[in-house]
Design a protein around this ligand. Sequence first.
Ligand SMILES: [Zn+2]
Length: 479
Amino acid sequence: MERGGVRVGRRVPSGMLERREFLRTGLGAGAALWPAGAGVSGALAAARGAGGAEGPARNVIFMVADGMSTGTLTLGDMMSHALHGRASAWVDLWVRPGVRRAACATYSADSMVTDSAASASAWGIGEKINNEVVNITPDGREPEPLWVRARRAGKATGLVTTTRVTHATPAGFIANIPHRNLEDGIAEQIVTRGVDVVLGGGSAHFPESLIGGRPGLEVVRNRGELLGLAPGPLPADGRVLGLFTRKHMHHEVDLEVDEPSLLEMTRAALSMLSESPGGFALMVEGGRVDHGAHENDAAAMLFDQLAFDAALGAAAEFAHQRDDTLLIVTTDHGTANPGLTFYGASGLRAFERCTKLKRSFEWVGAQLSAEGSMDAKRRRLGAVVEEATGVGLSADEQAHVLASMEGRAVDPFLSANGSLLVLGSVLANHLGIAFASPNHTSDFVEVTALGPGSEMLPPMIELTHLHRMVVAALGLPAV
Ligand SMILES: [Zn+2]
């Protein structure tokens, strides 16, 4: 089948040999540590010549629930049952024929506990690098990131996230930069290297001097403008940059009316990219599941996980309706390892409260900040928390939070101090959801894949394997 000069559709049976070779040489015999590098996929692409992408998959959708401990995935599924009467889209995939799953180790080159930049870079260039760096190796090399390679091979590309679009995870697919915090530089690389659809927050990093006067670059600023473009194809010879907030977008529980949901952004991106004659490569991130977990904020985390799951449902439906799209859904590391910890009827009651949470800790913090004096905060704390969570804190619980807000360490686990972290701890008495820490964890994480190329997912992998899998699935030429 010909589309725009690129042959697409399932590969002929000889492709199976190549895939077996990939599995044999790329993965070893189940060892935890595999050699880095893209040698096999590079050889695969070189054997096909450098003229355009040709792999088993025409499209790739790469979905990331950032900082999603396995406990968060479980809680998201429980929320889906409680609120929608059905399994989450993610868990629903597990029972579908042909779907493959893996456990993934996430450590970086210099840390057992990774950060998002090193993890996204493992996907971006297929190598372990140091925390906080974006796609620059410890010995100073700057391999071309995955979406740059995909675009050169004729794929339309997309980055969708609920964080600033210059945040570590989207950066890992497009940028090379010495530190993740250099977000003005990441913005410049997004614009100059070219991504066809970019949707999320972070307009503060895209001044007029960067985006003004660029032919074909259409900038949209709110939900209405986005929904005015999609469903529909990309503008001819055009790109779409949707920047809906100055910084991160709001958590799902606080979403404002002029912000699109992650589901709406995902549908819009799929609609625009699916018309691409050469296929597409799209990354979709529920970027703030991680932030909710960092804050030990059950409301922010659970409802952002549900919002991600809705976007996954749309992506899975897209992939199921055709036979040419590889869908990978995963996370870059655990964060805070939450879980429901109450037994029996008290667990049921506590979880029911979780389904009725209304506001994030960000919102609570903003309300209290607006009060100004510490005395005013002291008076308002109980009412603000009750409005956000439906939970009436006891006097002792409020005293713990207030002491922490005044800078005193009230939790013997020193990392778990900080005003809103202590609020997470006292709310665990009512919501049943306890957190291990405010930080990332070294846990294995879940990977689920379906569609052409998903057969390259063995049961135990490292993050770098997903880079090689995407390269091979799209048949990207060697660099
Ligand atoms: Zn992360």
